[in-house]
Design a binder for this molecule. Structure first.
Ligand code: GCO
Ligand code: MG
Length: 402
């Protein structure tokens, strides 16, 4: 087969999405997600200017060589823009392979290792009572796992607490919104949330929490310890992980399972975390980590070190990424859980897809390829609108991690 064209398509059905569509001489096309929240146009330009010219004329079946060509061949390696662009190409090529062979992508990745994919939803509220009510709604929808975030007394806004509950979207037009932060208030408040949730929902529901990179290692250790009686499924992004060794401190003090990696781009961001068994779940996902080709290798390394996967799946990952993650999740052995934030109806209409939710699990569907399409005409009705993720400051004005 032969690649003859590749278009970078941008749409904003409520939020921005970048999509790469690769066309072949044989008439089969493949789709890849290239969305990097708040930095979308950097990936558009990287793809149009630097990547697309290199893949025209190539055989789309050569996923490994094309990956190496784009990764090594740039000389400048890694980083979110590069790895998102490579991921978009890789996803689209796997989609083409599946369609050409008339089989779902999971069959090309080893076949099904399970029947369905456990997912978690996001419950959030301004206070503990509202968060608890939101958890109840997810339980009523059939979810077996729920992430819970709550407002903190004294802070007007914080990560994870939204107006629009089911379709939580932190990016906003205009300059970046500013949140306020107090680690002291947060550490006092969060254990009370999980105490209440366990009393209300009992022991069987899986509960998760995201600290969104705001703690130091010893603070994370204290939080993990104080949450132990409530046996979380995981504590996510407790500390920023540029310094992977920092997680030794967290790990040595708590048995609360640790998840990390939604902002990682390559195995080199996680190799110490994995090989020293400092985390339990690796959160890297297809779109920001170089595609299916790279994530397969990361999962294989993680499997040896008892680390399971828990792919990022927020609303800023398009349905193409969600589909790619599901084909990956269902096929690997060390799958743990999949994040699933629902897309709006407008988004689902632009990206009609075969995957579906039932009884707390997602199924990738059985369509050839990734099983997602792109409605070009409809997408054109939603032009790109610049949006930024929020920034975060401590109460005294110090810039902090969002
Ligand atoms: C999560 C994430 C998201 C990110 C978002 C940034 O766990 O789902 O932390 O909420 O903040 O994907 O674009
Ligand atoms: Mg997160």
């Amino acid at each position: 087969m032969k690649i003859i064209a590749a278009d970078v398509l941008v749409t904003c059905p409520g939020r921005n999405f970048v999509t790469l569509r690769i066309q072949t001489e044989e008439g089969i096309y493949g789709l890849g997600d290239a969305t990097l929240n708040g930095r979308e146009m950097a990936v558009v330009s990287y793809l149009r200017e630097h990547v697309v010219p290199c893949i025209i004329g190539r055989d789309p079946f050569e996923t490994e060589d094309i990956w190496q060509y784009l990764y090594r061949g740039a000389y400048w390696r890694g980083g979110p823009v590069t790895m998102t662009a490579i991921a978009a190409v890789d996803m689209a090529l796997w989609d083409i392979k599946g369609k050409a062979l008339n089989t779902p992508v999971y069959n090309l990745l080893g076949g099904k290792s399970r029947n369905r994919v456990l997912v978690y939803g996001h419950a959030n509220g301004v206070d503990i009572a509202e968060t608890s009510d939101e958890v109840a709604k997810y339980v009523a929808l059939g979810y077996k796992a729920v992430r819970a975030q709550t407002g903190i007394p004294g802070l007007s806004s914080t990560y994870g607490v939204a107006q629009e509950k089911l379709y939580y979207e932190p990016a906003a037009t205009g300059l970046p919104p500013e949140n306020l932060w107090s680690t002291e208030q947060y550490l006092l408040h969060v254990p009370k949330l999980f105490e209440r949730l366990r009393l209300t929902f009992g022991d069987d529901l899986h509960l998760l929490h995201d600290a969104h990179h705001r703690l130091t290692p010893i603070q994370a250790a204290r939080l993990g310890k104080s949450l132990e009686p409530h046996h979380l499924f995981w504590l996510e992004d407790a500390v920023t992980a540029e310094l992977q060794e920092g997680f030794r401190i967290v790990r040595h003090h708590t048995t609360t399972p640790l998840a990390l990696g939604e902002v990682f781009n390559s195995i080199w961001d996680a190799h110490i975390l994995i090989t020293e068994q400092l985390i339990d779940y690796i959160r890297m996902t297809i779109v920001h980590s170089g595609g299916i080709t790279h994530l397969k290798k990361i999962a294989a390394l993680a499997e040896i070190y008892h680390v399971q996967t828990g792919c990022h799946g927020a609303t800023d990952l398009s349905p193409i990424s969600m589909a790619a993650a599901l084909h990956f999740d269902i096929s690997i052995h060390n799958f743990g859980i999949q994040e699933y934030m629902r897309h709006t109806k407008e988004t689902d209409d632009v990206f009609p897809h075969a995957y579906y939710f039932a009884d707390g699990y997602l199924h990738p569907g059985d369509k050839p390829g990734l099983g997602v399409d792109y409605d070009v005409k409809l997408a054109e009705r939603f032009p790109y609108a610049r949006a930024y993720l929020p920034v975060n400051r401590k109460l005294d004005g110090t810039m902090w991690n969002w």
